[in-house]
Design a protein around this ligand. Structure first.
Ligand code: MRU
Length: 348
């Protein structure tokens, strides 16, 4: 298998990302130097996927401060506070974004009495820690998840929860990568993931890059495929997991969980601890991002709905805990009862 893609590159104190809106036709990396660059990259989904948003936000804050060249430490803290408040408003659902920003701010505020150079050094170290921790977590998720994968196996996944969306191995795709490294035969069905096609554009591209067999289907084919083809398991990622196990993930995940339950197919959610939000009691408390209606009314710059039609475009939905077989995390596989086991395993 080829080495894993790096969607975020931090080198010589410069931040670059793969512009995911250009995939699969162009693999282009772009610089992120300013707050405006960072804000636009998140809002337009040039960078996306919950863990990647956290990693990105950490490095972006460091890059913004460095490029602004503050004259002293209090100006640096002001820039950080302001940038953090703007970045926190970009996308509401993935908790990793808020988690990573708060980690950087905590280190910055704790370095207030130090020199400007030490402040920058320390927030850079914290961003690197976040990055390294997520890479390690993703690989460990794969190692645990691989124990659930028989040989051969067919897995159905939704959206993109692979290397592009995280650190290296991904979350939902990590068990698949580890199984393939071990020589297991894994075939993936990837939902295309309307309206922004993360499955079609990113997951199939990423799996092909890694040499893993993948079949692309439209979202509305999942039930048919489960009925007629052998789908052994569904593995998806997550944007936020509440205390009781209710899970926010890309729109369409909820329907998939019902289909899986109906067909008796195990439904796994793969996610690092940073995606669990133990301050949110259940799915009703998770904010769901609503996006521009034009993502639905236009396709390839061509209008495909009448101008005045009402459009509803939620980017995520909530899968109730009862539809989930288990969570695959870097701390182990968590089975029901979820509230108790999540508190014991993730809460520590
Ligand atoms: O809108 P996106 O592309 O950021 O949504 C991404 C997802 O829903 C992913 O499944 C989730 O963030 C997990 S990524 C490991």
């Amino acid at each position: 298998m080829k080495s894993h893609l790096k969607s975020i590159i931090w080198e010589n104190r410069k931040l670059h990302i793969i512009d995911q809106t250009l995939l699969p036709t162009s693999l282009t990396s772009i610089p992120i130097d300013t707050l405006e660059d960072a804000e636009e990259a998140i809002k337009l989904l040039k960078i996306r996927g919950a863990p990647a948003l956290g990693i990105f936000a950490g490095f972006a804050l460091v890059a913004i401060v460095i490029n602004k060249k503050p004259k002293d430490i209090s100006e640096a803290i002001e820039i950080l506070n302001f940038s953090a408040s703007v970045i926190k408003k970009t996308r509401p659902t993935a908790v990793n974004l808020f988690w990573a920003i708060d980690r950087i701010l905590k280190v910055a505020h704790g370095s207030f009495h130090k020199s400007l150079d030490s402040l920058i050094f320390e927030i850079e170290q914290e961003a690197l820690n976040i990055y390294q921790e997520e890479i390690t977590a993703c690989k460990q998720i794969g190692i645990y998840g691989n124990t659930l994968i028989t040989n051969p196996t067919t897995v159905l996944t939704h959206c993109n929860a692979g290397a592009l969306a995280t650190g290296e191995y991904g979350t939902a795709l990590s068990p698949i990568y580890i199984a393939a490294e071990e020589g297991k035969k894994v075939h993936v069905f990837a939902d295309e993931t309307r309206p922004l096609l993360q499955g079609a554009r990113l997951t199939t591209w990423e799996l092909k890059y890694a040499g893993i067999p993948v079949t692309l289907i439209c979202d509305n084919m999942a039930g048919h495929v489960m009925k007629l083809k052998k789908v052994d398991m569904v593995i998806i990622g997550a944007d936020r997991i509440a205390k009781n196990g209710d899970t926010a993930n890309k729109i369409g995940t909820y329907s998939l969980s019902i289909l899986a339950k109906y067909h008796g197919i195990p439904f796994y959610v793969s996610a690092p601890s940073s995606t669990f939000d133990l301050n949110t009691s259940d799915g009703t408390q998770i904010p769901i991002e609503e996006r521009n209606p034009e993502e639905i009314s236009f396709f390839n710059n061509k209008r495909n709905a009448p101008e005045d039609v009402l459009i509803y475009n939620p980017a995520f939905d909530i899968t109730p805990a009862e539809n989930i077989t288990a969570f695959i995390t870097e701390k182990g596989i968590i089975y029901p009862p979820f509230e108790e086991n999540i508190a014991n395993i993730i809460g520590k």
